[in-house]
Design a protein around this ligand. Structure first.
Ligand code: BG6
Length: 490
């Protein structure tokens, strides 16, 4: 397969390019997955030379690459990196950009193939795509042209539709890569294997045997320097609309007929279509919002959200969300999916916990409940699978205790899992969109989220309502307690 191409990164001076994209490109080269005919053109508003940019990127790669930087490999890559100063919305700037790209295509034999990566703030997506259109830089003019759009894809259904309409005027659906970096994580790709390649799981994967599912993605960091963006987004748009619903659809989907891109996406979108709408009075019943307050410890004070940089000191933006979701289909009717995500929580972790129904206690300790079986898929930072089952405690007394089987993937020597962006950039170059969101996935995710956001307008909680470093507001616990369940923080 010929992967020859030029990668044009709009937003080349931003955090994403420095921390993720450039280290991923370096790692792909290190793994010998980058094509020989390749160049990167980073585009940004700041004035700088290609030499100066390369120097900065070198430091970022040293800091963020999962491999130690090898000077030979770096020199090979360095010569292929260019920087262009450009005002994204200025019409004429694209004329010289096009000339520059043509020149580099000739120099590196990239056959006119291009990947346009939108690593810019979302308000520029449309303007850039529009300029590419006007200057005939999109569409398959010569070779192929693909566009990678970072999330958030819109801020509600109507803005997402508007953006999508603009994009499809220029790039066909198969050339549009809506990135959700969670899909590039190793263990997410493992969910389908775990479910569909193991006899012991799939037959039990339904409402007859599963009591409920918990999906948690917690972070210890606050909003860092992203106050501007986060104020307009909040945890719901930032995490739930994309990452959390993607996790949910992989866990809940039916087996696809095939492993091809569309078969998998078809099954995922069916889950999103089957989500029971949360609206009206159900919003209060099924959703919880939180915002972190400050925390004082001996070693200093952790600021609350309202004290963060570029955040309104009366902000009502949520930094935590918990939801109780039902999927209206035969497999899942009646099984609650509890999802929660938040910033400034006690640990950085993403896990999916499947709690099976409790065994009828006919034989043992009729007065005491047996512990349920629990299967945990650990996405990060630990990658692996954990299973809890009941066994006899050794000894003469007849006692049953829960014991664990624990498979830790990244504890194994020699496993240095690729970063999500490596896999995803590689897939864009080889034209495989399986791990990217199709338009209808984005559309149905927004439909589900929009009605909750609408319902939230009527009730503004008193914020802040959880202390930094805790598992969110008490209402998040109550959400499960009213179902006689509780979050399992292991
Ligand atoms: C991003 C969100 O998409 O995902 C961030 O915008 C969040 O707010 C990040 O911190 C979490 O990603 P990861 O890979 O660190 O879990």
């Amino acid at each position: 397969m010929d992967l020859s191409c030029t990668m044009i990164i709009f937003g080349g001076t931003g955090d994403l390019a420095h921390r993720k994209l450039m280290p991923a490109i370096y790692n792909l080269l290190h793994e010998k997955l980058l094509p020989e005919n390749f160049a990167v053109v980073a585009v940004g508003r700041k004035e700088k030379t290609s030499e100066g940019y390369r120097e900065e990127i070198y430091h970022s790669i040293r800091e963020f690459s999962r491999f130690k930087v090898d000077e030979g490999t770096w020199n090979h890559l360095k010569d292929r990196i260019y920087y262009r100063t450009l005002d994204f919305l200025q019409e004429e700037a694209y004329i010289s950009l096009e000339a520059f790209l043509r020149d580099k295509a000739d120099q590196y034999h990239t056959k006119g193939n291009r990947v346009y990566y939108m690593a810019v703030a979302p308000e520029y997506f449309e303007g850039i795509v529009d300029k590419l259109h006007r200057h005939c830089m999109g569409g398959d003019v010569a070779g192929w042209q693909r566009v990678v759009i970072e999330k958030p894809f819109g801020r509600d259904l109507s803005s997402a539709k508007y953006l999508n309409d603009k994009i499809v005027q220029v790039f066909q659906e198969e050339n549009t890569y809506r990135i959700d970096h969670y899909l590039g994580k190793e263990m997410l790709q493992n969910i389908m294997v775990l479910r569909f390649a193991n006899m012991i799981f799939e037959p039990l994967w339904n409402n007859r045997f599963i009591d409920h599912i918990q999906i948690t993605s917690s972070e210890t960091v606050g909003v860092e320097n992203r106050g501007d963006y986060y104020e307009r987004s909040g945890a719901m748009r930032d995490m739930v609309q994309s990452h959390m619903l993607q996790l949910l659809s992989l866990i809940a989907m039916e087996p696809p007929n095939d492993l091809d891109t569309e078969s998998i996406r078809n099954e995922k979108v069916k889950v999103l279509k089957a989500l029971k709408k949360i609206e009206g009075k159900d919003v209060v019943e099924n959703t919880v919002r939180g915002q972190y307050g400050s925390y004082e410890a001996d070693n200093g004070k952790t600021p609350g959200y309202r004290e963060e940089v570029r955040v309104d000191h009366r902000s009502v933006t949520e930094t935590f969300v918990a939801l109780r979701i039902f999927i209206e289909n035969f497999r899942w009717a009646g099984v609650p999916f509890y999802i929660r995500t938040g910033k400034r929580m006690p640990e950085k972790s993403t896990e999916i916990l499947i709690q099976f129904k409790t065994m009828e206690n006919i034989l043992y300790f009729k007065d005491k409940q047996l512990q349920p079986n629990i299967l945990v898929i650990r996405i990060q930072p630990m990658e692996g699978v954990f299973f809890q089952f009941n066994a006899k405690e050794p000894g003469t007394r007849q006692r049953i205790i829960p014991v664990e089987m624990d498979f830790c993937q990244n504890c194994r020597v020699g496993i240095n899992s690729p970063e999500a962006y490596e896999r995803l950039l590689y897939d864009v170059m080889r034209g495989d969109a399986t791990l990217f969101a199709r338009w209808d996935e984005v559309e149905y995710a927004w439909k589900f989220i929009d009605s909750i956001l609408e319902g939230w307008k009527d009730h503004i909680p008193v914020f802040p309502n959880y202390e930094a470093g805790t598992w969110g507001p008490k209402e998040a616990d109550e959400l499960l307690e009213k179902d006689q369940r509780n979050w399992i923080n292991r």
